[in-house]
Ligand binder design. Structure first.
Ligand code: PXP
Length: 237
């Protein structure tokens, strides 16, 4: 099971003072020492956390899979083609949101997503689509030519009791269909040390992309250990 660690929050902390600390490259290095299989950053249109310089440095320094999360805009595609991350995850992006709130509207933007996937593929960059746990969205993702999907686990993560079981079922079904369609299936958003095991246990799932809970724990116990604990949790299942 691959663990991709999202280090955007380290850059958010740096931007709180607009200074040099903490350094995202340092965070990436420690995450890798803790066992991260990948490092994820979201380059936002407003550069509110990760910026272009971070991305360039990370491309040089990260020895594991560098996953660039981005909106499907011309500007971002141009940057991706220059920097050549190991994979791109296309996400919807609204300026006002605190974090990525929903999955991509793959049905409404199918042709645009397809064209974006094609442009990235031309440079040999594998593409993942961050989608809601809906069978129809998995089917459409396949039609865009994407290599992978990342199933949005936000609703599962926020739900409790029976409602959470329902949400889990939706994620399981979406992963099942993705595997049947030969799309690599990942999951992420809102996963933490308490709710991650049900998702890690889903048959066929390739990897989990986790940020907030790991960085939060790292404040108290250090990043290397926080990543190692998450790796152990998702591997035991
Ligand atoms: N996957 C995607 C596509 C995301 O946008 C985010 C949030 O940046 C994550 C995973 C990680 O979510 P969290 O920070 O809640 O673990």
């Amino acid at each position: 099971m691959i663990l991709g660690v999202n280090i955007d929050h380290v850059a958010t902390l740096r931007e709180a003072r607009k200074g040099a600390d903490p350094e995202p490259v340092m965070a990436a290095t420690l995450a890798v020492l803790g066992g991260a299989d990948g490092i994820t950053v979201h380059l936002r249109e407003d550069r509110r956390h990760i910026n272009d310089r971070d991305l360039r440095l990370l491309r040089e320094m990260v020895p594991v899979e560098l996953n660039l999360e981005m909106a499907a805009t011309d500007e971002m595609v141009r940057i991706a083609l220059e920097v050549k991350p190991d994979m791109v995850t296309l996400v919807p992006e609204k300026r006002q949101e605190l974090t990525t709130e929903g999955g991509l509207d793959v049905s409404g933007q199918k042709e645009h997503v397809k064209e974006t996937v094609r442009r990235l593929h031309e440079s040999g960059i594998p593409v993942s689509l961050f989608i809601n746990p809906r069978i129809m969205d998995v089917d459409i993702s396949r039609e865009t030519g994407a290599d992978m999907v990342e199933i949005h686990t936000g609703l599962y993560s926020n739900a409790k009791g029976e409602k959470q079981k329902d949400e889990l079922r939706r994620v399981v079904d979406a992963v099942k269909v993705a595997c049947k369609l030969e799309l690599l299936a990942n999951a992420g958003h809102g996963l933490n040390y308490f709710n991650v095991r049900n998702i890690a246990a889903i048959e066929g799932i390739r990897g989990l992309y986790i940020g907030h809970s790991i960085i939060s724990r790292a404040v108290f116990i250090g990043l290397e250990r926080a990543v190692r604990e998450m790796k152990e949790l998702i591997a035991v299942v």
